[in-house]
Design a protein around this ligand. Structure first.
Ligand code: PLP
Length: 416
């Protein structure tokens, strides 16, 4: 019924049809139809992804790059084709600028360890923001500690926006790299990435963008952003778990020393000296996750089939609807109260503890996340232990938002 052309020429998503691609959405929890609103933690997987991975294992499973036999060559072709698709998806100039990792966390650890080892020295600093996920704080803290460098922070205001007034001054205080998120997983705020990247580049400082909560909601073009490194996780963009991506500009990747040693990342090894492989393999020690790469590429094909303009439209309509129904609940206050939000609604109601709210919602079949969302510093800033976080995908429906609102009201009655 919704399969009609919109004015902008993009097809509106037929949500009921789309939901059939995700069998888990048909399941029940405690006898209630599942309402899955924990998409920022991980997204559900469409059948196309499961089939691509199943096909890989049932028809061409073999170790890549090293084999002369047919299966190994087919697996290598499929693996490298996935890299090409992922490169095109983020707008990378070359496939070899795409490094395969275990996820955002490993991508950031790679840059922190490798960049830090080569470029950080005593008295230098790394600049992050006050709304980072722990995985974009701790790796930097670890390398700063090792190098006697310091971690500096771009402040966040009460609404959940980055305060950029003092950015220029901060950048001139020995900063060697800026690392921050495109979209906050705790607040949903969409950050002014272009402005920050341009400001850092004025001083020749490279920027790492944590796009873990951005790639699934909006098109990203690394060339247009002119970003130096970009990290994301496959499982948050409808692909398999345990797989992720680090994009790096060729210039920077060539500057950085390898992260881990082992097979694949070498050209020659002797006990006297080892020479390292070319990009991207220099950073991919050991047998890679072939099925992971193929699964992620299938997820991107699936999303491109739906069309990003249509995904964006469905999600922004749903965000607006959810915001509207939730803000009618007495005592509910949002954290991250900005107009420019993606995917995440973070809130508390009265003085109800988020865990209690989460448990009562769970018993009604509604999956939300509660707690500090691995972003303790921003929770500390708001002097709260955590929030309730409902995170949305294009496959969620207005009816599910009504169930969330009714579930919250029920929790309020039970807990008051
Ligand atoms: N960065 C952000 C903004 C996140 O939301 C997450 C996960 O929630 C991560 C990094 C870490 O991702 P992963 O656990 O997939 O490595």
């Amino acid at each position: 019924m919704h399969d009609t052309l919109t004015i902008k020429g993009s097809r509106k998503l037929d949500i009921e049809k789309v939901r059939k691609d995700f069998p888990i959405l048909e399941t029940t929890v405690y006898g209630y139809p599942l309402v899955y609103l924990d998409n920022a933690a991980t997204t559900q997987k469409p059948l196309a992804v499961l089939k691509a991975m199943d096909d890989y294992y049932t028809t061409i499973n073999s170790n890549v790059h090293r084999g002369v036999h047919a299966l190994s060559q087919q697996a290598t072709d499929a693996f490298e084709l996935s890299r090409k698709k992922i490169a095109e998806f983020v707008g990378a100039r070359h496939s070899y600028e795409i490094i395969f990792t275990k996820g955002t966390t490993e991508s950031i650890n790679l840059v922190a360890a490798s960049f830090g080892r080569k470029f950080l020295k005593e008295g230098d600093s790394i600049l992050v923001s006050g709304m980072e996920h722990h995985s974009n704080i701790v790796p930097w803290q670890m390398i700063c500690e090792e190098k006697n460098a310091t971690l500096k922070v771009i402040p966040v205001n009460e609404q959940g926006e980055l305060v950029l007034d003092g950015l220029d001054k901060l950048l001139q205080s020995g900063v060697k790299l800026v690392a921050f998120n495109y979209v906050s997983n705790a607040l949903g705020s969409i950050n002014p990435v272009k402005e920050i990247i341009a400001a850092a580049h004025k001083y020749g400082i490279p920027v790492l963008l944590d796009a873990a909560q951005a790639v699934q909601h909006m098109e990203i073009d690394v060339a247009e952003l002119d970003v130096d490194f970009l990290a994301f996780s496959s499982h948050k963009i409808y692909g398999p778990t345990g797989f992720g991506v680090l994009y790096g500009k060729e210039y920077w990747l060539n500057q950085l020393p390898p992260y881990q040693g082992g097979g694949e990342m070498i050209k020659t090894v002797s006990f006297e000296k080892t020479t390292y492989n070319d990009l991207p393999y220099k950073f991919e020690a050991g047998t890679p996750d072939m099925a992971g790469a193929i699964g992620l590429a299938a997820a991107l094909d699936y999303l491109q089939g739906l069309g990003f303009p249509a995904i964006r439209e469905a999600e922004s309509e749903l965000m607006a609807y959810a915001t509207d129904v939730l803000q009618q609940i007495e005592g509910l206050r949002f954290y991250g109260n900005v107009a420019n939000r993606a995917g995440v609604l973070s809130f508390l109601v009265g003085n109800i503890h988020p865990f209690d709210m989460g448990e009562i919602l769970d018993k009604q079949g509604i999956a939300v996340r509660t707690g500090h969302h691995c972003a303790q510093p921003i929770m500390d800033q708001y002097c709260i232990p955590g929030t309730v976080r409902a995170s949305l995908s294009f496959y969620n429906t207005p009816g599910e938002m009504d169930r969330l609102a009714a579930g919250i009201r029920k929790a309020v009655v039970l807990l008051s």
